[in-house]
Write a protein that binds this ligand. Sequence first.
Ligand code: TMP
Length: 229
Amino acid sequence: MDRSGQKSMTGKFIVFEGADGCGKTTQLRRFYDWLQAKTFPLNGNPWPEPSQIWLTKEPGATSLGKTLRQILLTPTDTDDGVLPTTELLLYAADRAQHVQQVLKPKLLQGHWIVCDRHVDSTVAYQGFGRGLDRALIENLNSIATAGLVSNLTLWLDLPLELSQARRAHRGEADRMEQLDIAFHRRVYEGFASLAAQYPERIVRVDANGSENEVAERIQTIVIERFFSE
Ligand code: TMP
């Protein structure tokens, strides 16, 4: 049995979480390349084969998910485009499809999954951000994941002012990014609260620093978690 209590999942499920503009996608890609580049065992622990390491994301990893992502993130002119409860259900639908079609099959085959966002984003954005009922969200998350829990979730913690500035620098904002600063502050508080609630599963990464510094912090955490003696 591994630390997440999953008996038969021989692979590792690593999730990157954080606010829009925190550097998550850049760091996830760097981490994936770093994992791919090594092959030797460390402290007697085998390193995954390059063909057994998968980069994926929520929303939008499956064919259905790609359509859902477009609906979820395309800005609309009117307020009645996607209502908050509908939004919650669509993220859950994307996750259910992703878990069944990609995550569980790959983990059962012993693959390592590096995933851009998962259940904590729903708690942070739809729960803390939108103010939707936490118990309902937990319920939907548990239906969508069917018992799957990450082995490690890395929360890239960047002060809100910095993440908002980085995001603005990237150009046009998507439907979620367009929400006001108060919404994004609540989302930030949501991630902080989740990290405090689940210290075993969620590890905070100081995302303030150069790309190299943050990448090294992430590598150190992963080596400690999966490759220490
Ligand atoms: P990203 O792929 O660029 O991170 O964009 C995904 C957006 O969707 C981001 O603003 C966070 C948001 N999101 C939610 O609101 N709830 C969720 O459950 C997930 C997975 C993402």
